[in-house]
Design a protein around this ligand. Structure first.
Ligand code: DGJ
Length: 697
């Protein structure tokens, strides 16, 4: 069955994935109109889908029913203004091209020199449909530019359903990924970042259901934007018609100029439909990310030790080597020197931007430390924050015009730093040069690429198209990462933005893992990781075991529970190991070894959320071939409540499952109906890890 079919009689395109179908068609005026996004349909069936109701016949169509609407009564996906003050698009279909799972449909405006191409891509290994848009100004060199006020990647429409519920993410620094599931009002709900980065407060994905879906059942429509700058998703719920949404990069108020001969392309705004609940849709995102987004999906991510929580800015050769000794003894495979190794960076007040190794802290440079780390059998990683500068730095004193700023406006510092304007080619070239030199001159295997503040006063004096900086900054960050990866193919990158402020499919396309949150409290982390898992895979979610009491929350949590929470993703160690006693070190070494045994299942398996983290029992389950790993958590114990049992997902009732540690055999039918009894210690913060292997019949 072809992935993409063109049904010429109805001028309809049909995109088919293993578990879903997407269709759109041209109307009599050549406008591309949505037809279907949902369960699989044959071509014959798709041809009989009733057209979506239209309330007007001009190009000012109802929002949500077109593939990419012109200005209308709702939030337009495309808002263009021409030199004669005309707006919108009158669509004229030119042609289309189908290449395997890829479809591009080309249009022109009936009057203005504008070409629009709608792009679609489907894969035969999953239900994610990728969509993006390109615009081209086809006028002569001396033609007037076209102003873009909005250029979304795609608009999506759901089939009519009685109810609707919107799932999305809210949060803040150290409280990322808090899932909200609520009925959106009739009208428009805007989820957005105006911060120049993805944001801690929201994340560019949504899920919609009819109000009845559960983790394991029901229809869910979801979309995620692959972009690490400002963004906007507008959900439109009309009073009587089906729900739709439009999304793309940039926030409201941005104006961009499209000059003659220039093209404009949007990031991918991918969508997935599933009929087996939120869990299955999350797994579809995880599988897609592994197969089509991540640069090194087949690798296992190493156990990292990061010294940030142990030393803060107080780093030097001897102290780091002492920590490296202990980290290696525990089984860490990658040692990361965090902030403080360069310039006058003894606090967050100075030195950012001066990327020369601090000679007092590391006499003779970093190579001694790198050698010591390697001798201990670990790889070496280094923290950088290339897009930022402290005003108290040599770089800023030499190039005060390199930061985002506006004439006659203050330059607001956040964490005592300003944002370098990476849209400027000279700034981007400077950043690539020092990063490339750093990697060429040292045996560095890994960069932790941080970004610790949002844009403010985002101007670029002297530029006639200053709005571009919001987009070009991110594109240049991507380009630098891509070039560095090509020039140093062994280097791996962790995306970080004051914790998880840059978590998205765009950054995951050129990095290997994400620093999930600066909050390393295991109890808070359960919630943060639950939210992360809605779209992003466990193999990208870095989680450190740190000290108890937790430096942020003061909570006391046993080492074993802290480990079991961090083992749910890419395990790391982040505590002050010099303060851990012998018993803790011995237990930690055992737990690191335990993680390494289950790591392929956790990092590459299919994830099932078992319950919602809270006061009662919850867990995460990973399935990889015949291996099943369950991590279970009981944050608070309650006397008199039922025994600790979790029902594993997807059990084959005819199969037997052997517990790798105890050798005990469980029947799938019993596990599915009565659950797995967990051997949890008494008291609060009780946890367990169970590894089952499905037996041959
Ligand atoms: C914020 C990060 O999230 C932390 O892990 C650490 O790298 C600090 N920045 C360093 O300044």
């Amino acid at each position: 069955m072809p992935l993409v079919t063109y049904l010429a009689d109805r001028r309809m395109w049909l995109l088919r994935t293993p578990g879903s179908c997407y269709a759109f068609a041209l109307d009599a005026d050549d406008r591309p109109c949505h037809v279907h996004w949902g369960p699989p349909l044959t071509a014959e069936q798709a041809l009989t889908v009733p057209p979506a109701p239209r309330r007007d016949t001009s190009s000012f169509t109802q929002p949500g029913y077109g593939e990419l609407e012109g200005p209308g009564f709702g939030a337009p996906s495309l808002r263009l203004i021409y030199a004669d003050h005309g707006e919108g698009v009158e669509w004229r279909h030119l042609d289309h091209e189908i290449d395997g799972g890829r479809l591009s449909v080309r249009f022109a405006d009936r009057h203005h020199p504008l070409e629009i191409t709608l792009h679609y891509r489907v894969h035969d290994d999953g239900d994610v449909i990728e969509r993006w848009t390109t615009l081209r100004h086809t006028g002569a060199d001396d033609a007037e530019p076209i102003t873009l006020e909005r250029c979304d990647s795609a608009a999506w429409t759901l089939p009519p359903r009685d109810g609707v519920r919107l799932s999305h993410m809210v949060g803040g620094w150290s409280a990322e990924n808090q899932v909200r599931r609520e009925e959106p009002p009739v009208g428009e709900t805007v989820l957005t970042s105006r911060r120049g980065t993805t944001g801690h407060h929201a994340n560019p994905w949504i899920m919609l259901d009819d109000g009845t879906a559960t983790e394991e059942r029901g229809e869910v429509w979801s979309a995620a934007l692959a972009w690490s700058g400002s963004w906007r998703i507008t959900v439109q719920r009309p009073p009587f018609d089906a729900v739709g949404f439009t999304g793309g990069f940039g926030h409201e108020g941005l104006r961009l100029r499209l000059a003659p001969g220039r093209s404009w392309h949007t990031p991918i705004f991918a969508g997935v439909y599933g009929s087996a609940g939120f869990g299955a849709v999350s797994r579809a995102w995880h599988a897609y990310t592994r197969r089509h987004v991540l640069p090194h999906p087949d690798e296992l991510r190493p156990v990292v030790y990061n010294s940030w929580e142990a030393t803060g800015f107080d780093v030097d050769l001897d102290g780091q080597v002492r920590l490296a000794d202990r980290a290696a003894a525990l089984g860490a495979e990658l040692f990361v020197l965090d902030d403080g190794w360069f310039g006058d960076r003894s606090s967050d007040r100075a030195g950012l931007g001066d990327w020369q190794v601090n000679p007092e802290r590391f006499p003779g440079g970093l190579n001694k430390l790198i050698g010591a780390v390697r001798q201990r059998g670990m790889r070496f990683g280094l923290w950088v924050e290339p897009e930022m500068v402290n005003p108290d730095s040599r770089l800023y004193r030499e190039h005060p015009d390199w930061v985002l700023h506006m004439p006659h406006r203050r330059r607001t510092t956040l964490r005592n730093q300003l944002v370098l304007n990476f849209a400027r080619p000279d700034v981007a070239a400077w950043a690539y040069d020092w990063l490339d030199r750093l990697l060429s001159e040292h045996g560095i295997d890994f960069l932790k690429w941080d970004f610790n503040r949002a844009f403010t006063e985002a101007g670029w004096p002297g530029q006639d198209d200053p709005g571009r900086l919001w987009i070009d900054h991110v594109r240049n960050v991507y380009a630098i990462m891509d070039r560095l990866r090509a020039a140093h193919p062994g280097v791996r990158i962790e995306a970080c933005a004051g914790g998880g402020g840059r978590t998205d499919l765009g950054v995951l396309n050129r990095t290997d893992q994400i620093w999930t949150s600066d909050n390393t409290d295991a109890v808070d982390r359960l919630v943060i990781q639950h939210g992360f898992s809605q779209v992003y895979p466990a193999g990208t979610m870095v989680a450190w075991v740190t000290d108890s009491p937790n430096p942020l929350t003061g909570r006391l949590v046993p080492l074993r529970f802290r480990f079991h929470v961090a083992m749910a993703g890419v395990l790391g160690l982040g505590g002050d190991l010099s303060a851990w006693d012998e018993a803790e070190l011995a237990e930690a070494a055992e737990l690191v070894a335990e993680y390494k045994r289950i790591r392929p299942v956790v990092q590459h398996g299919a994830l099932h959320r078992l319950g919602t983290p809270g006061e009662s029992l919850s867990g995460v389950q990973y399935v990889h071939g015949d291996d099943i790993v369950i991590l279970a958590y009981r944050v608070k114990t309650r006397f008199g409540h039922h025994a600790a049992r979790l029902r594993p997902a997807g059990m084959d009732p005819d199969a037997r499952y052997r517990d790798v540690v105890t050798g005990r055999i469980h029947h799938g039918a019993v596990l599915a109906s009565h659950g797995l009894e967990l051997d949890l210690p008494q008291g609060d913060h009780a946890s367990a890890q169970v590894h089952l292997v499905r037996q041959d019949p």
